[in-house]
Design a protein around this ligand. Structure first.
Ligand code: MN
Length: 243
């Protein structure tokens, strides 16, 4: 059985060592790779690059794509000016990831967006964000938990008629490490899970086999939570079927 190749979309971390100070390091949380391997996929890393034809080549060698967590997205990307609680962003990472997202959303390749990754799929589809949850939600829960992200934080309600419900059921408790959330939903997406305060916790693209965004961090739970690992398994299984 051929294992599907899953591209983990790249991001930057700034090097703080004296000899390399200010250099952009390619980086990702290694838990993404661990979860892909556990779900029987082959993880590969897609570095941030500026060359459009190479971005096409990167996409072509992947059977599925994982858009990971990371910085805030610059609100310029969804035609808004920054408000006081907007966080740090990186314009090259935004450009690269949105370019790759737009290209990949035109294919039928399975896509999993996690935290920033979900917000990025939304912005790449003409959706918008609340630059901080307090700008859009009247009585928010704590969504940026102080505990380690291996701990769970708040419940979510998962809608019927979603891929996610087949994996997690109608109710689940997730971790939470975000201070922004979705406002206007992107073209061809539907909301599939919400927190009790109304914060959107999951979206799925309609008429696609597997294009899902989740606001929590399944990669921080799935190594000890077989039900949550089911989300990666569904992602990898769909990627294999579509090869
Ligand atoms: Mn949350």
């Amino acid at each position: 059985m051929k294992k599907p190749v899953i591209g983990i979309v790249g991001s930057f971390l700034t090097d703080k060592r004296d000899k390399f100070i200010g250099v952009s390091l390619d980086y990702n949380n290694n838990n993404y790779s661990k979860c892909i391997v556990k779900a029987l996929g082959i993880p590969i890393y897609l570095p941030v690059i500026k060359d459009l034809s190479i971005i096409d080549d990167q996409l072509n060698i992947c059977d599925g794509l994982l858009f990971p967590g990371g910085y805030d997205i610059n609100p310029i990307c969804y035609n808004q000016s920054p408000l006081p609680l907007q966080g740090e962003s990186n314009s090259l990472v935004d450009w690269y990831q949105i370019t790759l997202a737009k290209k990949s959303l035109k294919t039928n390749k399975p896509i999993l967006g996690i935290c920033r990754g979900m917000q990025l799929l939304n912005v790449a589809s003409s959706g918008t964000l609340f630059q901080d949850i307090c700008y859009g939600i009247q009585s928010p829960l704590q969504h940026n938990q102080n505990s380690y992200l291996g701990e769970k934080c708040h419940p979510i309600c998962i809608y019927d008629d979603s891929i996610l419900k087949n994996t997690l059921g109608n109710h689940y408790v997730v971790n939470s490490g975000h201070h922004q959330c979705l406002d206007k939903i992107g073209d061809n997406f539907k909301v599939t899970a919400v927190a009790p305060d109304g914060v959107i916790e999951s979206i799925e693209m309609i008429n696609k086999d597997f294009v899902i965004g989740v606001q929590w961090h399944p990669e921080m739970l799935s190594l000890n939570d077989d039900i949550m690992l089911g989300l990666f398994k569904k992602f990898i299984d769909t990627s294999r079927i579509l090869i």
